[in-house]
Design a protein around this ligand. Structure first.
Ligand code: HEM
Length: 205
């Protein structure tokens, strides 16, 4: 049986391979689904499909990025932290694509209408706040900016937890009747946040 007190170390090419695999899967999957939608090869409404795929994809990637540090700590596997940023960058990219589908295909760049949807429909407002947080995290993910920001970088990146909560609320609010699927995401998000309860208690104080 694996001894959990022994730190796990793998050759650096192993972690790099995992990072490249995330790039390939996350990028190609989105590009492929978009291609099928443009080609008219998807069943049903392609805009709705793209919105659902990118919205759920954002939540999956965000949750996976928040799963990295509890696993790295549990198994003393510090190298695993290198994939956290890759997952986070794709979470923000999927969210931006989700917004793009909404503005370009659902509302055909009718900016007045887009603005009124953001202001008047609470589930869109909540999604928009989550998107703004993820965009700020994406912009500050470059190493140069991270160094320049010092301690403020960590303070800003603590907003990831709020983005996850808002993303789940947005999902729950967007569904008309089938609330059990969003409820599963809320339970998973709560577990991920419970892993960090001490840190979150400190932030709130
Ligand atoms: C981090 C930010 C966001 C996350 C995690 C997210 C996530 C989701 C999820 C999971 C769904 C439901 C998918 C399904 O039913 O299978 C959804 C639907 C939707 N989202 Fe977002 N979203 C985000 C931001 C936004 C923003 C900024 C907008 C628009 C300004 C937006 C507009 C919509 C719309 C229009 C739907 C479809 C609702 C329907 O089916 O009627 N979302 N989103």
């Amino acid at each position: 049986m694996m001894n959990l007190t022994t730190p796990v170390r793998v050759p650096s090419y192993g972690i790099n391979a995992l990072r490249y695999a995330i790039h390939v899967v996350a990028f190609c999957w989105l590009a492929w689904v978009y291609y099928l939608a443009l080609n008219g090869s998807l069943d049903g409404d392609p805009v709705q499909y793209l919105l659902d795929f990118s919205g759920i994809g954002t939540l999956h990637l965000l949750m996976l990025s928040l799963l990295v540090s509890p696993i790295a700590m549990r198994f003393k596997f510090a190298q695993l932290m290198q994939i956290r940023k890759t997952l986070g960058v794709y979470a923000a990219s999927y969210a931006l694509f989700h917004f793009y589908v909404f503005t370009a295909y659902e509302l055909q760049y009718e900016w007045k209408l887009i603005l009124s949807e953001i202001v008047e429909r609470p589930y869109i407002t909540v999604g928009m706040v989550a998107l703004l947080i993820l965009s700020a995290l994406l912009l500050t993910s470059l190493n140069k900016i991270k160094k320049r920001m010092g301690k403020n970088w960590q303070k800003l990146h603590n907003f990831t937890y709020l983005a996850l909560i808002l993303g789940c609320i947005h999902y729950l609010w967007s569904v008309k009747s089938d609330w059990y699927e969003p409820a599963i995401y809320i339970v998973l998000a709560t577990i991920l946040l419970l892993f960090r309860r001490k840190k979150i208690q400190k932030i709130i104080k």
